[in-house]
Design a binder for this molecule. Sequence first.
Ligand code: SAH
Length: 261
Amino acid sequence: MKSVRAKKKLGQHFLKDLNIARKISETLTFENYKKVVEIGPGMGVLTQFLIEKTKDLNLIEIDSDSAAYLKNRYEEKDFNLIVGDFLKLDIEKTFGSEPLAIIGNFPYNISTQIIFKTLEHRNQIPFFSGMFQKEVAERICESPGSKKYGILSVLTQLFYKTKLLFEVTPEVFKPKPKVVSAVIMLERKENLNLDCDEKLLFKIVKLSFQQRRKTLRNSLKTLNIPEMLREDSIFDKRPEMLSGKDFVQLAKKIGHGNISN
Ligand code: SAH
């Protein structure tokens, strides 16, 4: 079968190494979900292993050449193929409200957007695993105090346990990407109750990291924090020193009597 010619603007780097594809498929635990959604299957290097693991496999692929290839190579009953943009996909309309796992060797040009969409739909997504460029994988999994610790780390780790599983060198892709890759796994924290105004929390995290060298007192000026509260020593800190829990505490403190939009 004629392979798909890689399109740069779609972030297409096809994985050649079957062992790595198998290892990614083996991250699936099926603990609290049956449905699996693969983003960007391309020519199906990972898909072939997922077919073995689940009867409820759904693929979302933006590239019609790849979609045609998949239809040709596999049987119709193997999966439900949606040709379209994951970022525009209406998850509830398409899959109902059933829990689902997201997996993939993802398009790197939309990595952070994939994570943000997952966070937005976290109630339906107990599990997420797959490959990103290493730098993004690190930003997701990093702990406080590190240079790479930021919005992506705080927000993801509020709702998920994150693990960076292993790195992958450029040589195993065609065409080779310019960067090293890494496989991560996110498991949702169950029975989580943040007990704070979430909109305000997200706003605080974003505002704080927009000026990561400044103290919180400086970065959060626009939030009309009461004078008394501003004396609190937490405002002397820089955002990279705060864990997700610290940000939640901060949102609680600021939340009383503050506007959240
Ligand atoms: N999983 C395959 C392909 C990885 S390349 C492999 O491992 O070989 C990334 C894939 O994501 C490509 O097939 C690309 O067409 C697809 N893609 C890019 N943007 C997308 C989007 N917005 N929604 C769905 N798929 C997308």
